[in-house]
Design a binder for this molecule. Structure first.
Ligand SMILES: *Cc1c(COP(=O)(O)O)cnc(C)c1O
Length: 378
């Protein structure tokens, strides 16, 4: 009952060990092994996509998505301000310009009512990112993209098995992207995937992932690619994980609902929305936002929670405030008040699949304890 509660611990007690042993016994450990294709097929089936292209991680999957869509110098791509750097970096690296949309204060996903004001003649694409367990409102995003002739990248790194109006996340737009980092619903240790329906995008993705080797004469290259190949060892873990996805999602929902029960009456906290008109939260992580009257920011609350043995992570830090981008002259004068507030006042508490009910109760008690302490300060 004691000990530090880590913010994430994955659950690896299915067929992971058996499939890894199979890799070692057969000698298939590189990307040529059979588990890679099995994981690609499994993810394509999950999302109803024609093709999956497994890569080294979710950030590289976004690099590959931006690359195969041909986004280049001067193009503008609309992204949420409240997301991970992996969404913006591939755009900036190709000489294109990320344009940020603020977050919605209830769902923490991109505020779709803000999109129309961000379009210019140079807008080429929009990146829709599902955040912390709730999908972006995809219908308005798809309508908007169709109206302006934009490509759509769907970042479903946090949304394996999640549904939007009964359709799987990862099935929308031209290219969708997943991560298999250990805190994601399905992990391969490190790993990611690009999913597409278009055959030409799929073959471009496969070629770019593998250094653009020419089929007729290996080691001759007409284009420059990358080595983004996933190993059979990683894919073996992923195949075992994917077998249990429905169980994992059900567990995350139970965990999230339990946290909400335990924290509902604690003053000073904004809890995650249980549902929207288009989706039910699956609490990829259980996020909390400190109400404005709380006389501390997330950093201070996280410090106090660590003292009580509860692991946390801060929320994303907004893209338009990133020093790496400001130095490049991007986002001068841009303001996104909701994303800025989330970045200051948001954090998440232990949410990994290995978390026990007792640990959930202890984490919630720590949070309640810290909030009572802070209420005394006022
Ligand atoms: C985790 C994550 C990524 C990056 O994936 P990695 O595998 O860690 O590189 C990209 N986008 C979102 C929304 C994520 O949560």
């Amino acid at each position: 009952m004691s000990g530090f509660i880590p913010v994430n611990e994955p659950l690896l007690d299915g067929n992971e060990r058996a499939y890894l042993a199979e890799c070692i016994e057969t000698g298939w450990i590189s990307s040529e092994g059979p588990f890679v294709a099995r994981l690609e097929e499994g993810m394509a089936r999950l999302t109803g996509r024609a093709h999956g292209v497994a890569v080294t991680n979710g950030s590289e999957a976004l690099e590959l998505a931006v690359e195969i869509l041909g986004i280049g110098p001067g193009d503008e791509v609309i992204i949420p301000a409240f997301t991970i750097i992996s969404c913006a970096a591939p755009i900036v690296r190709r000489g294109a310009i990320p344009v940020v949309a603020d977050a919605d204060s209830r769902t923490w996903t991109m505020d779709v009512s803000a999109l129309e004001a961000l379009v210019t003649p140079r807008t080429r694409a929009i990146m829709a990112v599902h955040i912390y367990g709730l999908p972006v409102d995809m219908e308005p995003v798809l309508d908007f993209a169709a109206r302006h002739g934009l490509s759509v990248i769907e970042d479903a790194a946090e949304a394996h098995g999640q549904m939007y109006r009964g359709r799987p996340c990862g099935s929308f737009g031209d290219v969708s992207v997943f991560s298999f980092y250990p805190n994601k619903h399905v992990t391969t240790g490190e790993g990611g995937m690009v999913l597409v329906d278009d055959d030409a995008l799929a073959s471009a993705g496969r070629s770019k992932r593998n250094l653009c080797f020419e089929p007729e004469r290996r080691f001759v290259h007409r284009e420059l690619g990358y080595n983004m190949r996933m190993s059979n060892l990683q894919a073996a873990v992923g195949v075992a994980q994917l077998e249990r996805l429905p169980e994992f999602i059900a567990r995350k929902r139970t965990m999230g609902e339990r946290y909400t029960q335990l924290l509902a009456d604690v003053p000073g906290l904004e809890l995650p929305a249980a549902e929207t008109s288009y989706a039910h939260n699956d609490y990829w992580v259980y996020g909390l936002v400190l109400a404005d009257e709380v006389p501390a920011d997330a950093r201070e609350v996280m410090r106090r929670l660590a003292e009580r043995g509860t692991g946390t992570r801060p929320f994303f830090y907004p893209m338009h405030l990133q020093p790496a981008f400001l130095e490049r002259g991007l986002f001068a004068g841009v303001s996104c008040p909701v994303a800025e507030r989330l970045g200051e006042r948001g954090f998440y508490i232990p949410s990994g699949l290995a978390l026990t009910d007792a640990q959930i109760e202890r984490s919630a008690e720590s949070v309640a304890g810290v909030m009572v302490e802070l209420a005394g300060v006022r």
